[in-house]
Design a protein around this ligand. Structure first.
Ligand code: ADA
Length: 567
């Protein structure tokens, strides 16, 4: 399953999780040699969803690789071949015919095959995870690992009627005490004759909207309407009440969940249902030593158990759109999420390249289309730690802010700044997010003074601390707490910073860097990243808690640990 709930009762879904044939293509000859028609015999098997960089022989492989599987279909009017994500360029063939191409590591894509033959089919996918410094997002300069593979579920859906729902967007809001559901839905006639049917929307099983639809042969239609609802429970972190929405058209249906809540900015605060947010959050990479980006559903679940055990109430999906099942679970648990696209650490020169802005804008649009329905997402982040002190950075933020606002006007937007005292782009976003690593990259604990200086620059704009933390190597224990890389030192830094930040009343909250240790490249960062890991996790990569875990948990829960004051 690609979500935590059933997404249709009319389409027959076949998930293609399993062993696929796999072969790397370091010289990129596969297309010329038509591997999509005759797959190489010297292939081996790998598990999909997965990454090849956890398979012996391919730990550091970057380039093209090919995957093949087979599946059966029954008689149907159309087939949708659905991918949740592949890193980062994918070319897809079915039965030797090209279905299409998709660029972008962490977002879904699909292909419609009208009236497929009944019986067995072959699916071949070429995935290329080559990163560079001029055109790819993410770029080659990264503090996370460039895993390659088909990283999230793949499935096929048989559509059996004469029309289908090709896309939808649901915005659930609360206005004037009433819950408002705004539906945008696109309908498609699959046949070469006129289609007369109805489009209906059901909320928790009760019809809230219906209208007749007339489509000429092969035509499509977009509808947009608001439904105003009385007596609906609202969504909040304490009461994460979700409602099921069923969209129906011409024997096709799709199921989604929404939560009604209202976000607004007032007097320097971000208000959710009229209450100021006080976020205590953490970043989490989709990463595991055995699975890379393809973290399996049970581990996603237990990660969130740990986040909540810590007493945290918020998550930042560093630095890319996360697995949708994680977002579903956050909706269910009331964990407040900030989501961003993988435009991280780009210099002014890189931001000036047209393809970067075009690709970033397309990714932002696609991320919002995918995730706009999640009540747990309270803000969109346009980028992370790019050079937003430059004119090029300013133009990029301007362009991305326009894209985000057009895609969704119901949530505030921000970006994470690494250089808040020089940044020139804050006026373009709704609230300011600053990252700083006092106690790690600089050795003075000056959060209060630093925040005061930022406050002078941004006036009453809401302010969020986007990142802070320190490295602690799991098992590296010392007698004193001033030895860098030790668990004791990490505990001291993280707890002292959290303490200072919790004492501020003018913050939307903070996100600690990071939930667990995550793999990094053996290239650029290797010398500052022992084991080729970013070791700032509160837990190590196998989710074993470090000393900081327990101390932070006590701090967040207001438990006095009898420890001497650390600083
Ligand atoms: C930055 C960046 C993170 C991570 C962190 C660190 O803030 O956004 O991805 O690299 O620094 O550990 O230095």
């Amino acid at each position: 399953m690609h979500r935590t709930f059933m997404t249709t009762t009319t389409r027959h879904q076949t998930y293609l999780d399993g062993y696929w044939d796999f072969v790397i293509d370091p010289n990129d000859i596969g297309v010329d040699e038509s591997w999509y028609q005759s797959f190489p015999e010297h292939s081996q098997q790998v598990w999909v969803p997965g990454v090849w960089n956890t398979v012996r022989g391919y730990m550091n492989y970057e380039g093209a690789a090919w995957f093949r599987t087979r599946f059966d279909t029954r008689t149907c009017s159309a087939l949708l071949v659905q991918f949740s994500a592949a890193t980062h360029l994918a070319n897809v063939w079915m039965d030797g015919e090209l279905l299409g191409e998709h660029y972008g590591s962490f977002l879904p894509f699909s292909f419609l095959v009208p009236q497929p033959e009944t019986g067995s089919h072959e699916l071949v996918v070429r995935v290329d995870n080559t990163h560079d410094l001029i055109g790819t997002i993410p770029s080659a300069r990264l503090d996370w690992f460039k895993y390659g593979g088909i990283i999230r579920p793949v499935w096929v859906e048989e559509i059996c009627g004469s029309g289908y729902i090709s896309s939808y967007k649901l915005t659930a809001d609360v206005r004037g005490g009433r819950c408002i559901l705004q539906t945008t839905i696109e309908l498609q006639n699959l046949y070469d004759k006129t289609l007369d049917s109805a489009c209906a929307v059901l909320l928790d099983g009760a019809e809230i909207h219906t209208e007749p639809v007339h489509l000429n042969a092969g035509d499509s239609l977009a509808l947009k309407f608001d439904s105003s609802l009385a007596n609906c429970s609202q969504w909040s972190p304490d009461h994460p009440s979700l409602h099921q929405v069923e969209l129906c058209f011409a024997q096709d249906n799709l199921i989604e969940r929404v939560g009604f809540r209202h976000l607004q900015i007032e007097d320097g605060a971000v208000l959710l249902n009229g209450q100021p947010l006080a976020l205590r959050g953490v970043h989490r990479h989709d990463d595991h030593p055995e699975w890379g980006f393809a973290v399996p559903a049970p581990i996603i679940l237990s990660d969130l158990d740990l986040v909540q055990d810590l007493g945290l109430n918020a998550l930042r999906t560093a630095h890319y759109p996360s697995d949708q099942r994680l977002l579903d679970l956050c909706d269910e648990r009331g964990i407040m999420v900030i989501e961003e696209i993988p435009l991280s650490n780009f210099s002014a020169e890189q931001l000036a390249i047209d393809i970067i802005t075009d690709r970033a804008s397309a990714m932002l649009w696609a991320m919002i289309q995918r995730d706009v329905n999640h009540p747990s997402i309270w803000a969109w982040s346009l980028l992370n730690e790019c050079d937003t002190s430059s004119a090029e950075g300013y133009s990029t933020v301007e362009c991305l802010a326009a894209t985000a606002r057009e895609a969704d006007s119901s949530r505030p937007i921000t970006y994470a700044s690494r250089d808040a005292l020089q940044d020139i782009s804050f006026d373009l976003v709704d609230f300011v997010t600053v990252n700083a690593f006092f106690g790690w990259y600089s050795f003075d604990f000056t959060w209060p003074a630093f925040l005061d200086r930022i406050r002078m620059r941004i006036g009453s704009k809401p302010l969020l601390v986007g990142e802070f933390g320190a490295e602690g190597l799991y098992g590296c224990r010392t007698l004193e707490d001033d030895v860098m890389w030790s668990e004791e030192y990490q505990r001291k830094v993280v707890c002292e910073c959290a303490d200072q930040l919790m004492a501020r009343s003018d913050l939307v909250g903070f996100y600690i860097w990071q939930f667990c240790d995550s793999r990094t490249d053996s290239g650029i960062n290797a010398l500052s990243r022992p084991r080729c890991y970013n070791n700032k996790g509160l837990l190590d990569e196998y989710r074993r808690p470090k000393l900081v875990y327990y101390a932070l948990r006590d701090l967040l829960r207001g438990i006095c640990t009898q420890q001497p004051r650390l600083l």
